[in-house]
Design a protein around this ligand. Structure first.
Ligand SMILES: [Zn+2]
Length: 232
């Protein structure tokens, strides 16, 4: 069942490894079939070289396994919370990629310091609040999702498809599992560049709003003109 979804999710997970965003079995990607209300996600603790499409775990929106012999990623409830809140997304990705995690651990949002960032993310990458003891003690993964959703009140999740969970690491999302991974790869690059920029010049300010909007809008939305016309 859901062979295409499982294949897409498996491929997206393998891409994380290929792009050097993960070591061992860290990181996870999921994808959703909105019509059927089914999510495919990486199994928990399985090394990337052992991942196959057949080993992806299918769950319903309550998190109940509907197909697969393995346990789903322990971050499943965070993914489900994001699918519930951001209705246009089709894939979610979580890594502990080095530079994005450095910013998360420092509990600092990534300022938009240049057009590389602005081409892709419409504003600084938000960081969540730190978790309360009670949120950690029970339903930790669900509460992580809720904290992200809370942070995104008033923000457009598709224009800003990334978050830094304080003390932890990044989550990204997109219209598909592979989109979510592309966003994780670009987030890592942006995090690395921002780190270097502020090291070289600690007082560097964010780019101006007109320059930021120009770069974002020429690639995204109705007015986009970057690249080639897409055939319908
Ligand atoms: Zn994690």
């Amino acid at each position: 069942m859901y062979d295409d979804l499982k294949a897409d999710v498996c491929k997206a997970n393998l891409e994380l490894d290929k792009r050097d965003l993960v070591i061992y079995s860290w990181g996870n990607v999921s994808g959703i079939d909105r019509e059927k209300g089914i999510v495919a996600i990486k199994p928990s603790g399985v090394a990337y070289e052992e991942l196959t499409a057949e080993r992806m775990v299918l769950v319903n929106l309550e998190g109940k396994v509907v197909e697969g012999d393995l346990r789903p990623s322990s971050d499943l409830q965070t993914h489900l919370e994001l699918y519930g809140a951001f209705e246009d997304i089709g894939g979610v990705c979580h890594t502990h990629s080095t530079y994005a995690t450095i910013w998360s651990q420092a509990c600092r949002e990534i300022p938009c310091l240049g057009t590389t960032h602005a081409d892709h993310f419409h504003g600084p990458i938000p960081v969540t609040d730190e978790m309360e003891e009670t949120e950690i003690a029970s339903e930790y993964e669900l509460n992580t999702g809720k904290m992200i959703v809370r942070r995104f009140q008033g923000l457009n999740a598709l224009e800003l498809p990334a978050v830094l969970v304080a003390n932890h690491g990044p989550f990204t999302w997109g219209r598909s599992p592979s989109d979510a991974v592309v966003n994780a790869v670009i987030l890592e690059q942006v995090a690395r560049m921002a780190y270097g920029t502020l090291l070289l010049h600690p007082g560097q300010k964010e780019i101006s709003e007109p320059l930021r909007d120009k770069h974002f809008r020429r690639k995204h939305g109705r007015e986009a003109y970057y690249g080639q016309e897409k055939e319908e």
